[in-house]
Design a binder for this molecule. Sequence first.
Ligand SMILES: C[S@@+](CC[C@H](N)C(=O)[O-])C[C@H]1O[C@@H](n2cnc3c(N)ncnc32)[C@H](O)[C@@H]1O
Length: 233
Amino acid sequence: MGVADAFDAVAASYDQARRRLVPCFDAFYGTAVEVAAPPLRAALAAGRTPEVLDLGAGTGLLSVLLAAAVPGIRLTLVDAAPGMLTVATGHLAARGVPHRTVLADLTDPLPAGRYDAVVSALAIHHLDDDGKRALYRRAADALAPGGVFVNAEQVAGPTPALDRRYDEVWTARITELGSDAAEIAAARERMRHDRPAPVTAQCDWLTEAGLADVDCFFKEWRFAVFGGRRRIG
Ligand SMILES: C[S@@+](CC[C@H](N)C(=O)[O-])C[C@H]1O[C@@H](n2cnc3c(N)ncnc32)[C@H](O)[C@@H]1O
């Protein structure tokens, strides 16, 4: 089963397990929203509709949080799993958030546009490292001047020993939060598609892609939020 099929198979129940499987859920997604928000608020203040591109948007979790934090944005959601995008459309339509969905692979050209923010959560780690670097370059090119790229991501430990420790801590935390054996086994099955990279390497790739003010804004074990800003002029 490919990665899109693996997520489509759980699209209907995906949202319910998120707070268990991402133990730092509020700080993780909250930081991504905080990083993305300034250029969106600036566009609104200038009388423009802020444009946001969500890469690997899934059921629209990050899109919905962004739209709640900055009302008035317009979203473009890209994902290869049609069932996940159908759930996302339901969430956004119910909240009256203007959006379009694009069924595409993250290795495809990005939907045309100049975006005030390009955001992603827990998706880009499904690409190999060359794929991540190429996507970071395309994301940087798709930003409007002053726009922000932010990736809330599952990352690899910088050494094999730390990577094993990340996994031990994650398993202990999700068990404490109530994930049962079946939920953990299903998550591990989907994780066979994961190709995470360490956060420092990924920040270097964002700098290589031409972004400024690149930083890791949040990190708790394997969950990290990092990004950068397109220079003005
Ligand atoms: C763990 S979910 C994250 C969804 C959402 N961003 C969130 O934070 O809940 C990963 C999503 O990335 C999508 N995805 C993974 N690899 C992809 C690829 N190469 N092209 C397009 N979508 C991909 C999957 O279909 C899935 O919807």
